[in-house]
Design a protein around this ligand. Sequence first.
Ligand code: SF4
Ligand code: SF4
Length: 146
Amino acid sequence: MLPMLKEILTQSVKKPVTNLFPAARLPKSITGFLEDVGRGKANLIPPVETPEHMRGKLSYKRNICNGCGLCMKVCPSHAIEQVVYPVPPAKEGEEQPRAQKRIRIYVGNCIFCGQCIDICPKEAISQTSEFLLAAEDRFAESQIIE
Ligand code: SF4
Ligand code: SF4
């Protein structure tokens, strides 16, 4: 009981350790703020300090991905699917090139565990510090990485 009381008293005088975003950045007038955004004087999503190595939205470099599919296999939340891009038919006498396999990541399913990053042999996936990811449509452009 005593250690608990001590902890309660200590915590009641300590400053919160949480980031006060967005409360700290709440404008006095929402209408005025939106007008400023329209005039290009304010950003809808202001830059916010984030910790080093923060696990935010994934970034994917399609041009270096080899389509091996390992990321898909380890993803615990089935956030990654394979996409096959067809290639034009080969000219006569030429060998038909193979269809290009790449991936698509669904932000709404991702739990930011980082397993796909660890397994990728090409370092094609990385994590950014972008964290304002809410959207009404889980299939909106902002919610799909490819
Ligand atoms: S970070 Fe984790 S949950 Fe998100 S896509 Fe990669 S493996 Fe899947
Ligand atoms: S593990 Fe890397 S190289 Fe393989 S499909 Fe995924 S992103 Fe591409």
